[in-house]
Design a protein around this ligand. Structure first.
Ligand code: NZQ
Ligand code: ZN
Length: 392
């Protein structure tokens, strides 16, 4: 094993009815005035919002609500949320939803501590984040892993940038995970979630460090589980076993445990964020659009590792280039079978022109000022070529 530091302090409460302890947990973390952040209304329709409000009020907590978070959440929404939370003396932020809602709640919790600043100043690191307000989440979609991750991703609608912020302050106090709460999510969101979960592990699996066998076994076990249970989950929206397996994978895949001792690569996420910022594409779909093109461009960097993955996930016995290519094809086919796009025209409905490709490349490389990724660092030309490879 290589050196690593691992500190994921989030208290995880997993299983049926786990949301029933929400009020107790908020009190445990000294919350009194609670802002519930939620999305476009799914938790109203399912009755979850009313259930939690009633529970918190019965526990004598002050409750305020802030709905309307949209997928690919916006900086302006966060700034308005901070103003509202300040006016109500909020001391605990509770997210109920998927990654977009949880990321918004994280940002509002940070913003409460920096009331005179635009939240984007923290994301662009003009201001160093050194404190936050306690926050927790009730997860309704297995996907982003934000419930235990150290990350939060926002989109600045003015600059058209989608950027993540990684900091220990992004780890929630608690994550409530009842797989039954994910049953109602749209099939396409569940599929995108499975892709995102795999990608969080893949983007750590392909790294320059060697000799991290325990980390590899965890990563491989997680990916096998997702590949086995994702089709079952999509085929049966009420199946507890598959939803629970995927939910656990979602959290594990992005709390860092699948990459200890390795440097994160996250090039495919970078490509995906630029596609999402420009076309408002769903996160998981933006990743499957780009993964195989990235892999075909970089596989020669470590053919053996691609072959090993193919053997573990799909029982591919070939070695050398044939094995690596077969592995890439098999994973691409898996994404396709989940109903997800595997090229740009399937994501955006069109083939991009030269100006659009150059724009995406500029955004990805901050106008040719930096390389992306670590497994095989990619410069401007590399990034442009990979976008072009996916542009069909
Ligand atoms: O808004 P509502 O009405 O709740 O509907 C949502 C939304 O339309 C719906 N949904 C979620 N749970 C549901 C449900 N509908 C019915 N029943 C339920 N149980 O699903 C839609 C998508 O929700 P969203 O939160 O956007 O999905 P996801 O969890 O995939 O989050 C995506 C966001 O997270 C970021 C992505 O970039 C994207 O902005 N990420 C955050 C990360 C992190 N913080 O660690 C890491 C990831 O790599 C990712 O970048
Ligand atoms: Zn992701």
């Amino acid at each position: 094993m290589q050196k690593f530091t691992f500190h994921c302090p989030t208290e995880v409460i997993f299983g049926k009815d786990s949301e029933n302890c929400t009020a107790d947990l908020i009190k445990k973390y000294n919350g009194h005035n609670v802002l519930i952040v939620f999305g476009g209304g799914s938790i109203k329709r399912t009755g979850l919002l009313d259930k939690i409000i009633t529970q918190l009020k019965e526990a004598s907590l002050f409750v305020s609500t802030l709905g309307g978070v949209q997928p690919n959440p916006l900086v302006s929404f966060v700034n308005n949320g901070v103003k509202k939370a300040l006016a109500q003396n909020i001391d605990f932020v509770l997210a109920i939803g998927g990654g977009s809602v949880i990321d918004t709640a994280k940002a509002i919790a940070h913003g409460l501590q920096y009331p005179t600043h635009d939240i984007w100043d923290i994301w662009t690191k003009k201001i160093k984040l050194e404190k936050t307000t306690p926050f927790g989440s009730i997860v309704t979609l297995a996907a982003a892993g934000s419930e235990t991750s150290d990350s939060s991703v926002l989109t600045n609608e003015q600059t058209k940038q989608k950027r993540g912020l990684s900091t220990p302050f992004n780890r929630p106090r608690f994550a409530i995970m009842n797989p039954e709460l994910t049953f109602t999510a749209p099939k396409v969101q569940k599929a995108c979630g499975c892709a995102d979960i795999l990608m969080h592990t893949l983007e750590r699996y392909f790294a320059k460090e060697q000799d991290n066998y325990m980390t590899d076994y965890i990563a491989e076990g997680l990916m096998k589980d997702v590949i086995f249970y994702a089709p079952k989950m999509l085929a049966n929206p009420q199946d507890y076993l598959s939803h629970s397996e995927i939910m656990y994978c979602g959290s594990l895949s992005h709390n860092d445990i699948t990459g200890l001792g390795r440097t994160k690569d996250f090039s495919v996420h970078k490509f995906g964020h630029e596609l999402s910022a420009k076309f408002d594409a769903t996160h998981g779909a933006s990743l499957t659009t780009m993964w195989a093109s990235w892999a075909r461009y970089v596989y020669k960097h470590d053919i053996e590792r691609f072959c090993h993955l193919g053997k573990v996930l799909f029982d591919i016995s070939e070695t050398g280039e044939d094995g690596a290519i077969k592995t890439i094809n098999a994973l691409e086919e898996f994404f396709y079978r989940l109903g997800l796009p595997i090229c740009i025209s399937q994501l955006t409905g069109k083939i991009l022109d030269e100006t659009e490709l150059k724009y995406l490349t500029d955004m990805c490389t901050d106008n040719n000022s930096k390389a992306i990724g670590t497994f095989n660092p990619l410069n401007y030309e590399d990034v442009y070529t990979i976008f072009k490879m996916a542009n069909h």
